[in-house]
Design a protein around this ligand. Sequence first.
Ligand code: SAM
Length: 282
Amino acid sequence: MTIETDIAALPPLKDIIREHKLDARRKLGQNFLLDLNLTGRIAREAMINPDQTVIEIGPGPGGLTRAILMTGAKQVIAIEKDPRAIAALQPLVEASQGRLRIIEGDALDISVHEYGSPDQPVQIIANLPYNIATPLLIGWLDHISHFSSLTLMFQREVAERIAASPNTGAFGRLSIICQWLTETRHCFDIPPSAFVPPPKVTSSVVRLVPRQAPLFPAKQDTLQHVAKTAFNQRRKMLRASLKSLGGQQLLDQAGISGEKRPEQLDIPDFCAIANALDNQKN
Ligand code: SAM
C-alpha cells in the first residue's frame, strides 16, 4: 500500500477530533483547518524538497500533516504541546510508514533550528498558534541558515507587517528583519469560515526563503536593536527615538536626516545606522 492510500483510509479529521475530545482551546491558539483543498494548497506552496526534513509546529488533529506527507515529504517532525492531539495523531504516525515523528513539547522551548544545519537545512511548515507566532518566527530568524524555507500561516495583520514596504503603517521591525534575511511572499488568504472554530480575523499564508546573504551588510543583532529602538516610538523623529543610541550624532554618521520618522527609512538606511553604531563602539 502506498502512503497516500494508507492516509486516505484514515477516519475523517472531524471524527478524530470527536473521538479524542479535541475541542479547541483558545489558550493553545487552536483553530483547526479541516478543508483538504486548503491543507493541500499550503503543502504545495511549501514546495517540499523530499531530501529535506519538514518540521511542523502544532499539528493538532493532523490535517496539514496529512497534506505534507501526501505531498512527498520523506521525514516530518511535528512538535505539539497538547497531549490530546498527540494521542489523536497516533493513527497518522502508523499510516506514515515511518515518515512521521511526533515530539510532545512547547515549540518556544525547543531549539527547532538544531534539526537542521547550513549544510542540511530543514523546511518549516505550520499553521501557527497565533499567540506565539511572532516570537517563534523571530527566534527562527536568529538561525536562518538552518532553514531552506518557512511556509507559515499567520493572522493577516502579521503577514502584512512581514511583507510591508516603507512609508506604510505596517512597516516596522518585523518587516526589516524578515526582508533583510529572506525573500518573503504573501501567498494567499484564508477566511475565518475555513477553520474550526472560526477565528475573529482573516489568516494569510506567507513563504519566506532565506537569502544567500543578507540584503545589505550589517550585524544582525545591531540591526534588530536599532529597528526595535526606532519603532518603539514610531511617531517620533529619529533624532528623538534613537537618542539612547546617539541620536543626531549617530544619524549624521549614517547620513540620515534626524527629522525623518522610522517608517520613512528603507532597509539600507537601517543598515547604515546599525553600521554607524558598530563603528562608534569600535
Ligand atoms: N496544524 C493544525 C491545523 O492546521 O489544523 C492545528 C493548527 S492550530 C492553529 C495551532 C496548533 O499549535 C494546535 O494544535 C496547538 O495545540 C498547537 N500549539 C499551541 N501552542 C503550542 C506550543 N507552544 N508548542 C507547540 N504546539 C503548540
